[in-house]
Ligand binder design. Structure first.
Ligand code: NAD
Length: 454
């Protein structure tokens, strides 16, 4: 069986690839299981060197992998270069890990007690279509660094860079079976990985709904799971903030990647006294956004990923929606949708409560700090968010009060290779990136060695 991969900016077939089913997953897991003992036994320094070679090999292919990602996911080429650059950086960062997976020695009576951080075995990685290779690298690099073998299932809509990456890694010297890509439907190939008795852990990024099913499916075999799920993050703007800066930065924090970003700050909470001034700058910035061909160097926003995604996004902007600002979008082929701002909106409206995963932002007015925190927290999600204020004490008070895994103050940037990333509440379980990710790809083993007389 084969599967057509579509280019979202043209609606044309980009490539036709084989579609993996249960048999292919089983075969990949068997190979990964067979490869595990030798891979975990590779000396830490040699494993580190291999990860560095993979980083170098991806860097050498940066331009063509970026073009492939831009075409397959419909993202601006400048963004795609940044994302493939992050893949390189992620492998370089975790190349430092094999030699630093330290255990502890713990004082006890009658002997010596020490711990090891053991790899888990075969790890199944399931990723979405919005940042295809980047999100996969956040999982692959720490998993491999810790000595696990990996089976990666990319999203059906965007498998192409993962398939190329597998070749690059093999050419760089990664042994056969240590990293394999199986591209198939989530409900078949993904489900099989989740239920497979020889898979020790699932690291998943995707929707909260599918994440729930994965957690339930993993229960039978007591698999470890980490889940990076949906979001509906608040961008809280107080009247004492640098309003120009906050309003100028807000559109890209919502509309980058055409809003198909789990960290999108799509609920813009603005203090009432600053509402009109904020909206003025917001309007100028949204209207100036360049929406168009992903391969054009000037493009800031491309199309949505699919026709289904476009109809889902459109359902949040019915004819009677309070559209305050609407940017531009090309006509003709491609799954285009203009950047759209709904305002004023109540936090309980559907567009404010649900993750739209498209270029639609809502602006919600508030009065005072308490209401801002209440509104920010009135959601099932807790992934990212921002606070804009010149009052340092307030910034810290609000940062501690908002129930979210990642926050930025006077900035909308929250994802870095070296710092932990992940969600609270129904946005997920566990952390990726930074030092924390390694905890989720290792198991602590405690050993007691008696030193008393026999
Ligand atoms: P999705 O949940 O539909 O699919 C994600 C992956 O899961 C795909 O590979 C899919 O094939 C697979 N899958 C689907 N059904 C499955 C099943 N029953 N068993 C096993 N695997 C299955 O998500 P999507 O539409 O690809 O991506 C959008 C979602 O991802 C949004 O909700 C977004 O917020 C979330 N996301 C979260 C993060 C994060 O880090 N928190 C990052 C990016 C995207």
């Amino acid at each position: 069986m084969s599967h057509q991969v579509i280019e979202p900016a043209t609606e044309q077939v980009l490539e036709e690839i084989p579609r993996a089913g249960e048999e292919e997953v089983d075969a990949a897991v068997a190979r990964a299981k067979a490869a595990f003992p030798a891979w975990r036994a590779v000396a830490p320094g040699d494993r580190a060197a291999l990860l560095r070679r993979i980083a170098d090999a991806v860097e050498a292919r940066l331009e063509d992998l970026s073009v492939l990602e831009a075409r397959n996911a419909g993202k601006p080429i400048r963004d795609a270069r940044g994302e493939i650059g992050m893949v390189v950086e992620t492998f370089r960062y975790y190349a430092g890990a094999p030699e630093r997976l330290l255990g502890q020695t713990i004082p006890v009576a009658g002997g010596v007690d020490f711990t090891f951080r053991e790899p888990l075995g075969v790890v199944g990685l399931i990723v979405p279509w919005n940042f295809p290779l980047t999100i996969a690298s956040w999982k692959m690099a720490p998993a491999l660094a810790a000595g696990n073998t990996v089976v990666l299932k990319p999203a059906e809509l965007t498998p192409l860079t993962a398939i190329e990456f597998e070749k690059v890694a093999l050419e760089a010297g990664l042994p056969e079976g240590v990293l394999q890509v199986v591209s198939g439907p989530g409900s078949v190939a993904g489900k099989r990985l989740v239920e497979h008795p020889d898979v020790a852990k699932i690291a998943f990024t995707g929707s909260t709904e599918v994440g729930r099913g994965i957690m339930a499916g993993a229960a039978n075999t007591i698999k470890r799971v980490t889940l990076e799920l949906g979001g509906k993050s608040a961008n809280v703007v107080f009247a004492d903030a640098d309003l120009e800066a906050a309003a100028a930065a807000a559109p890209i924090a919502t509309f980058a990647n055409a809003g198909q970003d789990c960290c999108a700050r799509s609920r813009i909470l603005v203090e009432k006294s600053a509402f009109d001034r904020f909206m003025e700058t917001l309007e100028e910035t949204v209207e100036a956004m360049r929406v168009g061909d992903p391969l054009d160097e000037e493009t800031e926003m491309g199309p949505l990923i699919s026709a289904d995604q476009r109809s889902s996004v459109a359902s949040y902007v019915p004819d009677d929606a309070p559209v305050a600002i609407r940017g531009s979008a090309p006509s003709g082929p491609g799954y285009w949708f203009p950047p759209t701002v709904l305002a004023p909106v109540s936090n309980s409206d559907r567009a404010a409560a649900e993750e739209i995963f498209g270029p639609v932002a809502v602006v919600i007015p508030f009065s005072g700090e308490d209401e801002a925190v209440r509104l920010a927290n009135e959601t099932i999600y807790g992934l990212s968010g921002s606070i804009w204020t010149r009052n340092g004490a307030r910034a810290l008070r609000v940062a501690r009060a908002i129930e979210t895994g990642v926050l930025s103050i006077n900035s909308n940037s929250s994802v870095r290779v070296t710092t932990p990333f992940g969600g609270m509440k129904q946005s997920g379980v566990g952390r990726e990136l930074g030092p924390d990710a390694l905890d989720h790809y290792t198991e602590v083993k405690n050993v007691f060695y008696a030193t008393g007389d026999a």
